[in-house]
Design a protein around this ligand. Structure first.
Ligand code: HEC
Ligand code: HEC
Ligand code: HEC
Length: 109
């Protein structure tokens, strides 16, 4: 490969890396599964406040794919200790309760 080619490749890789980091900083708004109750606002996942506590591998790819809306999630999964419930179980992090619904379901519709 020519030097120019290598430089271009380097720039592309740097841009891709920066892009994935930026994507990982924003809030991810979940999509409601079809056939489920639709009046509760969708769950919002604040990436940044989790990233400062964990490495990417704590969640990707075992619990969540690295793509918004790629991982189907329901309250049943969470209550069964999957998805957000891996941690939001009252031990690792605060649990699901009627006091905490709006911490996750924070999106305006
Ligand atoms: C505490 C769990 C957790 C940690 C730690 C975490 N993520 Fe995520 N990430 C998620 C969840 C949840 C989603 C949304 C998945 C969905 O909507 O199906 C997501 C989505 C993403 C997406 C897709 C965003 C989009 O808009 O498409 C990228 C990229 C990503 N994560 C990168 C990272 C990187 C890089 C790190 C580490 C620096 C990281 N994540 C750390 C939970 C986490
Ligand atoms: C730790 C975060 C979290 C907490 C706390 C939480 N939820 Fe959820 N909830 C989710 C996620 C993620 C989904 C899947 C994405 C979506 O449908 O918004 C979901 C889905 C739902 C759904 C859609 C139907 C279903 O069964 O999946 C309803 C209704 C719901 N939640 C109600 C509640 C209520 C009521 C509370 C409080 C008792 C609550 N949630 C607490 C994260 C949470
Ligand atoms: C790997 C463990 C882990 C997973 C998985 C996880 N969380 Fe958390 N989350 C935490 C911890 C730890 C905190 C901080 C708890 C505290 O402050 O007491 C937190 C805090 C939060 C907060 C408060 C944010 C803030 O700025 O204080 C929200 C909202 C939240 N999580 C939503 C979610 C949702 C929605 C999911 C699933 C999509 C999820 N979390 C999955 C560990 C996790």
């Amino acid at each position: 490969m020519t030097r120019k080619g290598l430089l271009l490749l380097g720039l592309l890789l740097a841009a891709a890396w920066a892009g994935s980091l930026l994507a990982a900083d924003g809030d991810v708004v979940f999509q409601r599964q079809e056939g489920k109750e639709q009046s509760t606002p969708p769950a919002v996942f604040p990436h940044w406040s989790h990233r400062i506590r964990y490495s990417c591998y704590a969640c990707h790819p075992a619990i969540f794919e690295m793509k918004a809306a790629a991982t189907a999630t329901t309250m049943d999964d969470i209550m069964a200790g999957k998805s957000c419930g891996v941690c939001h179980n009252g031990k690792t992090a605060w649990a699901v309760s009627f006091e905490t619904c709006t911490r996750c379901h924070a999106a305006k519709q």
